[in-house]
Write a protein that binds this ligand. Sequence first.
Ligand code: NDP
Length: 332
Amino acid sequence: NREFLLVSRPKGIPTDDNFKLQTNQVPKVNDGEVLVQTIYLSVDPYMRGRMNGVKTYTSPFELNQVLTGGVVGRIIESKHDKFKVGDIVEGRLNWADYSVTSGKGLRKVDPNLAPISTALGVVGMPGLTAYFGLLDIGKPKAGETVVVSGAAGAVGTVVGQIAKIHGCRVVGIAGSDEKNTYLEKELGFDATINYKTENVKASLKEKCPDGIDIYFDNVGGEISDAVMSLLNFQARIAVCGIISEYNNTEPSFGPRIQRYLLNRSALMKAYIVGDYYERFDEGYKQLGKWVKEGKLTYRENIVNGLENAPKAFTGLFRGENIGKQLVRVRNE
Ligand code: NDP
């Protein structure tokens, strides 16, 4: 059983020496537990925060302990009455070939509904994040303009498509022309901005002629600063993530934005997907339905081999992924 430990706290973007791959016995299964064989491992930006050793909305990773994250796997041994051998499940498990778990927080995945990898993406945590943040905080109405940053990633691609389903004009901000072509040609975004080559504020002015009603913020920093002065009256801002700041050792400072919020009587609300735990079933159902109807499409960026998990993870901060970044640990 190969497993990844965090052995030192990263400064900036993590490097190989922050991680260690070690081999151990496959863990034993006690009563009330199951043994899960990892098929896909999810790498997610929030894990960077957990590597700092500081408590945020979730506890930090401990040094010299096995890292954990979203996993889709197969049950290969069960001493639990709710799970049987062969079940495909999703849960927060180890960055490892195998994990033993009590089944708490473990969700059965129906392989006949959608490819099982989607349980970590479009019909998983990122999909729920997009669904609840956009609908509950953004409250989109037909004809409104929605701007989404981090638009070509796991959450952003779903946000844009749900906004289109609700009849909005959608403008995505992402870091390459290839990503933006995908958003416009395949996902139906109305316009896009490459923040690496364009002046974001000037392009926003041009591409949002009626102003901005909803801003779905995945990145924070200067991109979000540029959005603020273009908000419409009663605009809504869902603060989902601030990936541009996750690797900073010092907090960054920007304009004082209260003026923009007050001038426009705007709402800015941060959230974590777990706030909506009681409504997860509703979210899974609706996302699954949209995928089945072809209203919600998705891409996955898959890196092969558990040994490449750190590389897949740090790739998130270099913008290497279009859609959901996964690690395939073994074939289905
Ligand atoms: P993505 O699939 O979007 O991957 C991360 C992307 O972020 C990269 O592909 C890159 O795309 C972009 N990025 C990286 N560095 C920067 C930077 N300095 N400035 C601007 N963009 C950058 O990840 P997710 O969809 O999983 O997550 C998106 C955001 O949502 C993250 O901030 C994450 O923390 C947050 N999140 C929040 C949750 C919550 O409960 N609140 C739950 C899940 C996610 P590009 O080429 O465009 O730069």
